[in-house]
Design a protein. Structure first.
Lengths: 399, 376
């Protein structure tokens, strides 16, 4: 057992650190640090910088597709360094979720057509899974794709579509046949968001922001070559993809950064004339979440160590999703508590633009309550934490 | 012993529920909250006509004389309807402070007008670094001849925008963080040197930052005893905390009912999700929390009305601790059990969640009150 990096890994860590220091745009860094909403352009700009550096934008991709071909430990180091440098998290839909699916299930033509544009952030993807009546029970989805000649005609509606209003393409689960088991008739289809019959409608979330959408599909013509895998493979593909999503959801580096932000804030805020962080109660609450995070980080590294030894991710992704989101939510709550009354002022512009005038209380305070409320979503999305526990009860404990 | 509402309180409750049902649906609340002054001046006048604004005040000033326990009925309804009118700011904080600390002249000048809906108050007691400590007052009042010169800043003053008069806590003597040397002043909102910055709050209400730049007031502006205002301040903050404990009961009841209803109608895995035990138990926890909160909000109101400080402090802090617990047990679970729609702006649930969560902050959060409770 050894937590220390090898000399090569240490050299790699230094290389990443230097690169980020030199190349990460300051204006984006400031937005991330202050919790200001990011725009598509911010993501594209940063992702292109990373892509041009030997495919660093896609840590999980092998060299043959333009990725850096990193080991799990290198990926971990990269993630850590990005977290420490307040880096903007790359958007997962194309790079982390769809790309591995195309590599595993796609045709040569599909890989050639899509992977390059994903790597270069030239084509923006969104995910079409949930429907108004298919949330936790995703397999009950009703969006229909009927084959007519060399096209599918797609009808239905997808919801909670993050960045749907930015997206050029959607990877979607659709029903191509009615079977005895509802999981059987599902297929994985790539849909052009600019095709006639596709429309999006914004969903404003509790923080007042527009990130997610409902997408309506009305007689949308999708060429048959946009089917990934075979008809009926959709559920298997989705399950493998959701596992990637869940590991991504653990977000240990992000939580470490947020924890640091919490400690900084609690050192600056006052309580009975002294720094809040000296308050025994508050300090104990910070410690409790830090201990959870410490355990999570080590668990994450154990999973990583297994991956390095060649084992595939299994239901530990459910574990990481639950614990990861619990830690994220606990930190958002403490950040909000740290500023007391100054969590109340709601100045929407500060979330999209930052402050242009004198802040009310601590400069970052006005985003903390909205973030806390918004972050309630994390125990709901990607398969709710209740569903994750069901999975673990069955798959891990055999109940 | 009798823990039932009086007949008059039940009539009041009845008329409040009718008002909510007929006039104050969620869409109305939202549009009021998001435009203009953040509430309806017409409804405020309706409240005056219904007698609502006089509920806790003595009959000699035109009030109902129901006292703190009478507020339970009003505040629960405010929670139920997520009412945005400035009842807490004007009637509870401002009005009770005048009733408790004001001299006869001040009471006669202010309370009947307040009860009639002709005058509104706000209470400025939070400062940039005070957190929940009511003795952390850097705001200064210095005697200059027959006048006082007020200077300093106050933060997150509820509904100051529409208040006619602001009551402000100031240090006239003594060291910061000591209760000695605090004095209350009542100041006209349009006083020279007083500037305001108004904003919305995350839970759909309004508050302001106030800046006093050498605002001159005469001796008549002192409310209560010079340098000895701390017991009055602590009392009115306790009264307000007891009041929002009742408001929180109204919010929690709505969240519990809406969540249970959703669990009965939302189908996944070919059945209502209310069939799943793990979700049933969360709703039972919500219900038990609601009842315990109701118990503590009654107790807090009774003890505030009784007047004995130690018992008042313990019961109010207990109610506030429970209110803080409701964030995890009720607010977070209501959002969780609704799934995605529970975190959308469109659904009322998210707005009840926001109000309940932010009420933890008002008048001291869970940690503060847990420590305060333990001091005896």
């Amino acid at each position: 057992m050894d937590l220390n990096y090898s000399p090569e890994e240490k050299a790699f860590q230094l290389e990443v650190r230097e690169f980020l220091k030199e190349n990460y745009p300051k204006d984006i860094q400031e937005k991330v640090a202050k919790g200001i909403a990011l725009k598509k352009d911010d993501y594209v700009r940063w992702q292109k910088i990373l892509a041009n550096k030997d495919g660093w934008v896609a840590p999980g991709w092998p060299v043959e597709y333009g990725g850096p071909g990193w080991t799990p430990v290198q990926k971990y180091i990269f993630d850590e360094e990005c977290g420490a440098a307040n880096c903007l998290r790359t958007v997962a839909f194309g790079l982390v979720m769809l790309a591995p699916v195309l590599m595993k299930y796609g045709t040569q033509a599909q890989r050639e057509k899509y992977l390059g544009d994903i790597l270069n952030s030239d084509v923006w993807w969104c995910q079409g899974y949930s429907e108004p009546n298919a949330g936790s029970d995703l397999a009950s989805l009703q969006t229909k794709a009927e084959k007519q000649g060399d096209h599918y005609i797609v009808n239905g509606s997808k919801t909670w579509t993050t960045h749907g209003h930015y997206a050029d393409m959607m990877f979607a689960l659709v029903r191509t046949s009615q079977e005895d088991r509802k999981q059987k008739g599902i297929s994985f289809l790539l849909i052009d968001m600019k095709a006639p019959g596709v429309s999006t409608s914004p969903i404003i979330t509790v923080d007042g922001m527009h990130v997610v959408n409902q997408v309506f599909l009305e007689n949308v013509k999708v060429p048959v070559e946009n089917l990934v895998g075979k008809e009926g493979d959709g559920w298997t593909i989705a399950k493998s993809l959701l596992m990637h999503e869940r590991t991504y959801i653990a977000q240990v580096p992000r939580s470490k950064r947020q924890l640091k932000r919490l400690k900084d804030l609690a050192s600056k805020e006052r309580n009975n004339g002294k720094p809040l962080i000296e308050d025994a109660n508050f300090k104990a609450k910070i410690s409790a979440v830090e201990i959870e995070l410490m355990a999570l980080e080590m668990t994450n590294m154990r999973v990583l160590s297994k991956l390095s030894a060649g084992e595939a991710p299994g239901s530990e992704s459910s574990f990481l999703k639950i614990k990861g989101t619990e830690v994220q939510q606990a930190i958002t709550a403490l950040l909000m508590e740290a500023v007391g009354y100054f969590g109340l002022p709601y100045i929407k512009e500060t979330m999209t633009e930052g402050w242009h005038e004198e802040p009310i209380g601590p400069e970052e305070a006005s985003v903390l309550a909205p973030h806390y409320f918004d972050w309630r979503k994390s125990s709901i999305y990607g398969g709710s934490n209740e569903i994750q526990k069901n999975i673990m009860a069955k798959a891990v404990l055999g109940l | 012993m009798n823990l039932e509402f009086t007949e008059e309180m039940m009539m009041l409750q009845d008329s409040l529920h009718k008002f909510l049902q007929n006039e104050y649906d969620f869409e109305t609340r939202q549009s009021l909250s998001r435009t203009g002054i953040g509430y309806s001046e017409d409804y405020w006048q309706n409240f005056a006509e219904m007698g609502l604004l006089g509920v806790p005040f003595d009959e000699e000033y035109g009030g109902f004389g129901f006292g703190q326990t009478g507020l339970i009925v009003v505040m629960e309804a405010i929670g139920k309807g997520l009412i945005v009118e400035p009842y807490l700011a004007s009637v509870v904080l401002g009005g009770l402070l005048v009733q408790r600390a004001g001299n006869e002249e001040q009471k006669e000048a202010i309370l009947p007008a307040l009860i009639a809906g002709e005058l509104k108050l706000a209470f400025a007691y939070v400062e940039r670094h005070s957190r929940y400590n009511l003795t952390d007052v850097q705001f200064k009042a210095e005697k200059k001849g027959q006048q006082y010169c007020l200077s300093g800043e106050k933060s997150v003053v509820f509904n100051a925008e529409t208040a006619d008069k602001i009551i402000v806590s100031a240090r006239t003597s003594g060291d910061n963080l000591t209760p000695q040397g605090l004095t209350l002043f009542i100041v006209d909102k349009d006083a020279e040197g007083l500037s305001c910055r108004h904003y919305e709050t995350i839970d759909g209400l309004r508050a302001s930052e106030l800046s006093f730049d050498n605002v001159m007031v005469d001796e008549k502006a002192v409310v209560g005893k010079l340098g000895s205002a701390y017991p009055d301040i602590e009392y009115v903050i306790d009264a307000a905390a007891a009041a929002i404990s009742a408001e929180a009961v109204g919010v929690v009841k709505e969240l519990r009912e809406k969540t249970v209803e959703y669990l009965k109608t939302r189908k996944q895995f070919d059945q209502p999700i209310g069939n799943f035990q793990v979700l049933q138990h969360r709703c039972v926890d919500m219900f038990m929390t609601e009842e315990q909160m109701r118990s503590l909000s009654y107790l807090a109101a009774i003890k505030v009305a009784d007047g004995e400080a130690e018992e008042r402090i313990k019961s109010v802090s207990a109610a506030k601790v429970y209110l803080g617990d409701a964030r995890a047990i009720v607010a977070e679970q209501a959002a969780q059990l609704h799934g995605g729609i529970g975190v959308t702006d469109e659904l009322d649930v998210a707005h009840y969640v926001k109000r309940l969560t932010m009420m933890n902050t008002l008048f001291g959060d869970r940690d503060y009150h847990l420590q305060r409770f333990g001091q005896f």
